[in-house]
Design a binder for this molecule. Structure first.
Ligand SMILES: Cc1cc2nc3c(=O)[nH]c(=O)nc-3n(C[C@H](O)[C@H](O)[C@H](O)COP(=O)(O)OP(=O)(O)OC[C@H]3O[C@@H](n4cnc5c(N)ncnc54)[C@H](O)[C@@H]3O)c2cc1C
Length: 474
């Protein structure tokens, strides 16, 4: 007979979002049940951020060896031992896994159930052995790779992010469907470690950010040898000896792409099919579970967070959501998601990072804005380190208010932290101009850009005469 549990909070899904809620609530001594049907740690640890960034790190080493000649160091073409490289990727996952494990969460006071959860009515969830009637439920079931409707795809062998990191041999020619962040990160990494790579994209590559900055990244990736077909439809996929053949079509006509392996990176779909959301009156569609800015669903006992909501799909968004929900459940404090403070980073080389509104969105919303630009080539550290390919664009509103910042360049993912902090705290460019940045660092680029914003004012003759008078009398 099923055991009945009555916790304060039942969390469904043990990925970044669910684990953070469970840990946060348990820290306050609140009874929490966590249901996870697969691997604790979810996508980020097992099939997403962690393995992809470990692979990218390896690929960076390979590229550094190739580029050593520029620095006067003789090095031949690096030899990649793919098995050892993959072993390290899995060792990194293994090193982080205990932190997300059922054992650790049990030790924090969370009851962990390894099973699939589904709603049976508006206040009850069932698993194989348990009936859970919680005061509040938090759905954190994440997302899965989208499988596009391409004729022949179902019969052809393909990889997704869930199988890519288990591949035992380096693909001879990796064909990637989709040129979003995941597709382009993997394209560059696999090209660097020695695969031929072709990417096929129905629209524009890296289309979610600033096109001028995306162009800098795409140019670098193409220069390393990745073939990228944009605005290209895939008419069919077929299995053939030694791999797959894609029949493609674009404005130049029809052509075939033959690859040894096929990776699907064509977006994500929310995991909610198994939840029987209808039984609990929870509105949802193919894009995700519908939530308000407070992350509450159409059932007032139930919240949904992270990828399952179909919003911005990042681990730091999952963690951000996970902070807003317990605040409401435990302390009845109102909380609202603010997407303008969420940074987005694509970990290509150079990296692409953005927070707040981009140039086009800011113009649409505010009309008159200023865009401050600073090229990486004007930064000494970028020059010394051979990283001078990059650009920062800062969107500025009235009285120097920071509306957004976008960066294409080395270290963009680190540099965007300062701007995310500034935007979340409603700071202005004056704050960026006023602090002392260590020299020589790439982060100085943000400060250099901010100084340039105020420079035209200082060049104004009226301002100069006022400054002159102040100096004379001061
Ligand atoms: C290749 C790749 C690279 C990425 N890189 C980055 C990056 O560098 N930075 C970044 O911020 N983001 C990155 N992401 C995105 C990031 O991985 C996700 O945004 C994040 O994992 C979402 O967390 P989540 O908790 O919402 O969902 P998930 O991590 O997917 O966790 C959901 C969990 O719910 C479980 N579950 C589902 N249904 C049920 C059910 N009915 N009952 C019980 N359990 C259930 C699943 O098994 C899963 O473990 C990447 C994604 C991919 C695919």
């Amino acid at each position: 007979m099923a055991k009945i549990l009555n916790p304060d909070i039942c969390v469904i899904g043990g990925g970044a979002a669910g684990l953070s809620v469970a840990a946060g609530a348990a820290a306050f001594g609140v009874p929490v049940v966590l249901v996870e049907r697969g691997r604790m740690g979810g996508d980020c640890l097992n099939f997403g951020c962690v393995p992809s960034k470990a692979l990218i790190a390896a690929a960076k080493h390979v590229q550094a060896i190739r580029a050593a000649g520029e620095f006067g160091i003789a090095a031949g073409e690096p030899v990649v031992d793919y098995e050892r490289l993959q072993a390290r990727v899995h060792a990194v996952i293994g090193a982080i896994a205990p932190h997300d494990s059922a054992e650790r969460f049990e030790s924090l006071g969370v009851k962990v159930i390894a099973d699939t959860a589904r709603f049976v009515d508006d206040r009850t969830v069932a698993t194989g052995d348990h009936i859970i009637r919680a005061r509040r439920f938090v759905i954190a079931t994440g997302s899965s790779p989208a499988i596009p409707a391409i004729p022949g795809l179902a019969e052809a062998p393909y990889l997704t992010n869930e199988t890519l990191f288990d591949l035992k041999r380096l693909p001879e020619h990796l064909v990637i469907v989709g040129a979003g962040p995941v597709g382009m990160e993997m394209a560059q990494a696999y090209r660097r470690i020695g695969a031929r790579v072709t990417v096929v994209e129905a629209g524009k590559a890296l289309s979610s950010g600033d096109p001028e900055l995306a162009a800098i990244v795409l140019e670098a990736i193409r220069a390393e040898g990745t073939v990228l077909h944009e605005q290209t439809a895939i008419l069919s996929v077929e299995r053939q000896a030694g791999g797959v053949r894609l029949l493609c079509e674009n404005a130049q006509g029809r052509f075939a792409v033959d690859g040894s392996d096929l990776l699907l990176a064509a977006g994500r779909v929310p995991n909610h099919a198994s939840l029987d959301l209808g039984a609990a009156g929870i509105r949802h569609d193919a894009k995700g579970i519908a939530v308000g800015a407070d992350l509450r669903t159409s059932n007032r006992r139930v919240y949904a967070i992270g990828d399952a909501t179909g919003g911005l799909q990042f681990t730091h968004v999952a963690s951000y959501h996970a902070r807003l929900v317990p605040q409401q459940i435990l302390f009845r404090m109102p909380a609202r998601e603010d997407r303008d403070i969420v940074p987005r980073v694509t970990f290509t080389d150079p990296e692409l990072a953005q927070v707040g509104l981009g140039e086009a969105e800011a113009r649409e919303k505010f009309g008159r804005i200023d865009v401050v630009r600073w090229d990486f080539s004007a930064n000494d550290r970028a020059r010394t380190d051979g990283l001078d390919r990059g650009l920062i664009k800062i969107t500025v509103g009235r009285r120097g208010r920071l509306i957004g910042a976008a960066i294409a360049g080395a270290g963009a993912g680190e540099m965007i932290n300062g701007f995310a902090f500034a935007i979340a705290n409603r700071l202005t460019l004056k704050h960026f101009r006023g602090y002392v940045a260590p020299y020589p660092t790439l982060s100085e680029i943000g400060k250099q850009a901010s100084i340039s914003y105020y420079a035209p004012v200082a060049r104004n003759p009226l301002v100069r005469s006022v400054i002159g008078m102040l100096r004379y009398f001061g």
